[in-house]
Design a protein around this ligand. Structure first.
Ligand code: ZN
Length: 154
């Protein structure tokens, strides 16, 4: 295929939001629907999509190079795009967590581990970027495959 011309034109609107979520393809369409319709972002957000999503920001001691890269990407986007809101999304059954040693968290229960990381990331981000509005969410699915996205209680 020599070239392809999408129907969609470039989005010339500035954005003030950055969304960080995991690479897991199973959740992508559901999370995009949540962002566009639930949060009314209308496809107007920067994206940082990496395994484990916002978890990379908590790896200062365990995987410092990952953490360094994560922070570097965050700072770049926040400053270059003058962002005002950060949206962190973790999800049920995240494969990234299966490789992380259990001693990194207070609980062995998967959702509690992820919520601990979301809170930790949110706290560090709030310290680094005090003017940003930071929200954390957890996406889960039921036996029929329906996705539900819940705001993390602080
Ligand atoms: Zn994941």
């Amino acid at each position: 295929m020599p070239s392809f011309q999408p129907q969609t034109k470039i989005n010339a609107q500035p954005t003030d939001a950055l969304v960080v979520f995991c690479s897991d393809h199973r959740f992508r369409a559901g999370i995009e629907e949540f962002l566009n319709q639930g949060l009314r972002l209308n496809e107007n957000y920067d994206l940082l999509v990496i395994p484990g999503g916002p978890q990379c920001l908590t790896l200062v001691e365990y995987l410092p190079k990952f953490s360094w890269a994560g922070w570097r990407w965050f700072r770049f986007l926040v400053e270059a795009h003058d962002l005002k809101q950060l949206i962190l999304v973790a999800h049920q059954d995240c494969g990234w967590y299966k490789d992380l040693p259990l001693h990194l968290h207070d609980s062995q229960e998967p959702r509690k581990r992820q919520e601990q990381d979301l809170r930790k990331a949110q706290k560090s981000l709030a310290k680094e970027f005090p003017d940003l509005n930071i929200q954390s969410y957890y996406a889960e699915y039921d036996a029929e495959g329906r996705i539900n996205v819940e705001a993390l209680e602080s």
